[in-house]
Design a protein around this ligand. Structure first.
Ligand code: GCU
Length: 654
C-alpha cells in the first residue's frame, strides 16, 4: 500500500470538503458505480467533519441531495439548485452526479447559503483526455516517461505494471474533480514492450481501467501501426489487407472482453520514424478507418494524430516548411474519416513552443471530428523547473476563431493533453505546475472560461481558508509567468533555440543546421522565417480570412508572431515602437527581472505554505533564475554579435 502521505492532496485536501462533510447528505438512484463513488466521497468527508451520508433511502433533514435519475446515462451534465434549505444536484448519468459533487465542493459554504435558482452545467467538449507518454520499460533515450519532469510513471516501473494502484486511484479522483474523463496510459511512441499492452500485457491495462472507472475515466491505449507484424507475425501492416484487418478486429475484441468500456486507440503514424500507412501507398484515412472498423462494434474511438511532417529536412531547402505539413497532409482527406475517428491536432503548427499561431488545420476540416492537443508537460516551457502557468496560453488557443466565427474550443469534440504528472510526491515536480493540470481539465469543460477564475478556483481548493495574501502572491507569481518565460527565451514567435535532444536550456543554433525543420535563419542582416505567400513558404495562406491577410504582411502581423511569419532586418520597427534587436535585449533583461521578482514574492509567502511545498518551489526558483540568466546572456550575445547593434540602454551583454 502506498502511504497517502507519499503524495500531495493537490486540489483535494480534506479541508476542501468541510462544507459538504459537515452536513447530512443523501445520494439517491442507482445501482450505479459512480453514484457509489459520490456516496463514498461524502461518507469520508462526513467522517471527518461530523455530518452524515445516506445512500438510497429517504432521509429527512438532508442539506444536500444528489439525485441520479438514470434518464440518459451518457449525459455528463448536472443541475444544481437550492431551495427550502436543501441543495440539490440532479443528473441523468453517474458522471454528471460526480461532477455535480465536485462542483458543490468548489462552491464550499456558498453552496449552502440562500437560494440558488436551478442551473444546468454541462461540459462543452465530450472528450477531455490526458495522454501519458509513459513507457513500460525504461527507454534508453527517453527514459520511463518521455518528456516527463515529475519522476517516474504513475502506471509503470522498470518494465512492469505497478502493483500498487493507490496512487492511480488518487490520480483518477483528482482528474474527476477537474472534469477529465479519459486517459491514455502509454507513450505515443510505442516501443516493443509497450506494444504488448494490447495483447499479453492487457491484464495490466485492465487493472488500471478498473481503478479509474469509478471516477468516470475511460482508459485508452496508444498502439503502433505495425503491431500486426511485430506481434501477429504478418508480413505486412497494409490497412487494406484482409489479414491485417482481421488481426486488428480480433485483438480489439479481446481488449473489450477485458475492458468493457475501453475508450480506444491513440495513433502516431508516419511521424518521426513511426510506421504508418504511407509505407503501403495508403492514406491516413485508410489507416485510421481500418482501426475505426475494429473499434466500431464496441463503441471505441481512434484518436489519430495529425503530427505528420518530414523530419529529414535540409536547412538550405526553403520550400519545405514543417509548419505547413499537417494541413497539407490532412485537408485533402476531409470527409473521408469514419465517424469514430477523431483527428488529434497539436494546437500550433510546429511543436508546443512558448508562442505559436493556432494551427491552420483547426477549422479547416469541417467534415472531420477534431481534438485539439495541448502539452501540459512543460517540454518547451521550462520542464517544471521554471514556473509557467499555461492557462492564458490555452485560453488564447481555445478562443481563437479560425474563420472569424466559431472558436477553436467550440469546433473541437475533444481536448487532449500530454500529462505532466508522475510519481513525484507533488505529482508534477514543480508544485505550482499542478495548476496547469487542473486548468487543462477545467478549460476542456468550458473553453470559454476565464483562466484567471480557473486559477482562483485552484488556489482556493489547494489552500482552503488561506488568507488573501496567499492568493495575491500566487497570482503575482503565476499570472504573468508564461509571458515572463517567453521574454527570456526565443523571441517573437521564432521558437526552439533549445538544447537538442532534451530541449532544456538555451542553444540558439542547437537545431539550426539539423534535419528537424525548426530554423530561425538568423544572419548578420536579420532573423525569422518567411512564411508569407508572396515571398515565403506560403504557410500564411493556409489560414482563412481574416488571418491569412493579417499574417501575410509584417505591417499587420502581431508583434509576438512576427518572426514566426517573417524574416526581417534587426532594425525593423515593431508595433510597440521598438526595433527587433532592441526588443530582444529589453525582453531578455525584463524576463530575468520578472523571474527574480517572482522568487522574491514566493520567499515572502513562507509563513503561509507548508514547509515541504515551500522549499520545493524555492529550490526550483533557484534553477529557474540560473537558467533564465543563461538564456538572457546567450540570446543577447548571439544577436549582438550577429547584428553588431549595441543595446541602446548600454547594459552589459555577457
Ligand atoms: C515532440 C517531442 C517528442 C514527441 C513528439 C510527439 O517532438 O519532443 O518527444 O514524441 O513531440 O508529439 O509525438
Amino acid at each position: 500500500m502506498t502511504d497517502p502521505g507519499d503524495f500531495d492532496a493537490a486540489w483535494l485536501p480534506d479541508a476542501a470538503f468541510r462544507a459538504v462533510g459537515a452536513r447530512r447528505s443523501l445520494v439517491r438512484g442507482g445501482p450505479d458505480l459512480l453514484a457509489d463513488t459520490v456516496h463514498r466521497e461524502l461518507a469520508d468527508a462526513c467522517a471527518r467533519f461530523g455530518g452524515e451520508a445516506v445512500r438510497g433511502a429517504d432521509a429527512g433533514g438532508a442539506g444536500l441531495v444528489l439525485d441520479l435519475t438514470g434518464d440518459n446515462p451518457a449525459d455528463e451534465g448536472f443541475t444544481l439548485g437550492r431551495a427550502d434549505g436543501v441543495t440539490t444536484v440532479t443528473a441523468s448519468g453517474g458522471r454528471g452526479l460526480l461532477y455535480g459533487l465536485f462542483h458543490v465542493v468548489r462552491l464550499g459554504e456558498d453552496a449552502f447559503a440562500g437560494d440558488l435558482p436551478p442551473r444546468t452545467h454541462r461540459p462543452a467538449l465530450a472528450t477531455r483526455m490526458l495522454d501519458h507518454w509513459d513507457n513500460v520499460a525504461v527507454h534508453p533515450v527517453t527514459g520511463q516517461v518521455e518528456r516527463g519532469y515529475a519522476g517516474g510513471s504513475l502506471f509503470w516501473a522498470d518494465g512492469e505494471a505497478r502493483g500498487d494502484l493507490d496512487r492511480v486511484r488518487a490520480y483518477g479522483r483528482l482528474l474527476a474533480a477537474c472534469g477529465i474523463n479519459a486517459v491514455a496510459v502509454n507513450n505515443v511512441n510505442v516501443h516493443a514492450t509497450e506494444a504488448r499492452l494490447l495483447t499479453d500485457r492487457l491484464g495490466d491495462v485492465a487493472a488500471i481501467a478498473d481503478v479509474l472507472r469509478p471516477y468516470g475515466i475511460r482508459t485508452h491505449l496508444s498502439v503502433g501501426f505495425a503491431t500486426p507484424m511485430l506481434l501477429g507475425g504478418l508480413p505486412t501492416a497494409d490497412p487494406l489487407d484482409p489479414a491485417v484487418r482481421a488481426w486488428w478486429a480480433a485483438a480489439t475484441a479481446r481488449v473489450y472482453e477485458a475492458i468493457g468500456d475501453f475508450g480506444g486507440f491513440v495513433v502516431k503514424a508516419d511521424s518521426e520514424g513511426r510506421p504508418g500507412p504511407f509505407a503501403y501507398g495508403r492514406s491516413h484515412a485508410d489507416g485510421a478507418n481500418m482501426l475505426a472498423a475494429a473499434l466500431e462494434p464496441h463503441g471505441g474511438t481512434v484518436h489519430w494524430r495529425a503530427f505528420v511532417y518530414d523530419h529529414r529536412q535540409d536547412w538550405r531547402d526553403r520550400s519545405t516548411d514543417r509548419a505547413r505539413a499537417a494541413y497539407d497532409h490532412f485537408t485533402p482527406l476531409d470527409g473521408r474519416f469514419a465517424d469514430n475517428v477523431v483527428l488529434q491536432v497539436k494546437h500550433g503548427p510546429m511543436d508546443f513552443q512558448v508562442r505559436e499561431p493556432v494551427s491552420p488545420l483547426i477549422g479547416a476540416m469541417p467534415d472531420t471530428r477534431l481534438a485539439v492537443e495541448l502539452q501540459v508537460t512543460q517540454e518547451y516551457t521550462g520542464q517544471q523547473r521554471h514556473v509557467c502557468w499555461l492557462g492564458p496560453m490555452w485560453s488564447e488557443v481555445l478562443r481563437f476563431r479560425p474563420a472569424g466565427g466559431t472558436s477553436a474550443g467550440r469546433l473541437a469534440d475533444g481536448l487532449v493533453a500530454v500529462s505532466n504528472a508522475g510519481d513525484d510526491r507533488f505529482w508534477t515536480g514543480h508544485p505550482l505546475a499542478q495548476a496547469n493540470l487542473y486548468a487543462f481539465g477545467r478549460l476542456a469543460w468550458d473553453p470559454e472560461a476565464d483562466p484567471r477564475a480557473v486559477l482562483d478556483e485552484w488556489i482556493a481548493l489547494t489552500h482552503p481558508g488561506a488568507p488573501a495574501r496567499l492568493a495575491e502572491g500566487l497570482h503575482a507569481i503565476l499570472d504573468g509567468s508564461w509571458a515572463t518565460y517567453e521574454k527570456y527565451t526565443a523571441p517573437l514567435g521564432v521558437g526552439f533555440m533549445v538544447q537538442p535532444g532534451h530541449h532544456y536550456g538555451p542553444s540558439v543554433d542547437g537545431y539550426e543546421y539539423s534535419p528537424w525543420g525548426t530554423y530561425h535563419f538568423a544572419d548578420r542582416d536579420g532573423v525569422g522565417v518567411d512564411r508569407s505567400v508572396a515571398t515565403g513558404t506560403g504557410f500564411a495562406g493556409q489560414y482563412a480570412e481574416p488571418w491569412a491577410k493579417l499574417y501575410e504582411s509584417p505591417d499587420t502581423c502581431p508583434d509576438e508572431l512576427l518572426l514566426f511569419f517573417h524574416h526581417v532586418p534587426y532594425g525593423h520597427v515593431l508595433h510597440s515602437g521598438t526595433t527587433v534587436i532592441q526588443h530582444i535585449y529589453d525582453t531578455h533583461f525584463e524576463g530575468v527581472a520578472e523571474a527574480e521578482e517572482a522568487r522574491r514574492v514566493w520567499a515572502g509567502l513562507a509563513d503561509l505554505v507548508e514547509p515541504e511545498r515551500h522549499a520545493r518551489v524555492a529550490e526550483r526558483f533557484e534553477e529557474q533564475l540560473r537558467s533564465a540568466r543563461e538564456w538572457r546572456d546567450q540570446i543577447n550575445s548571439y544577436f549582438l554579435r550577429k547584428s553588431g547593434v549595441p543595446d541602446a540602454r548600454g547594459r552589459t551583454v555577457h
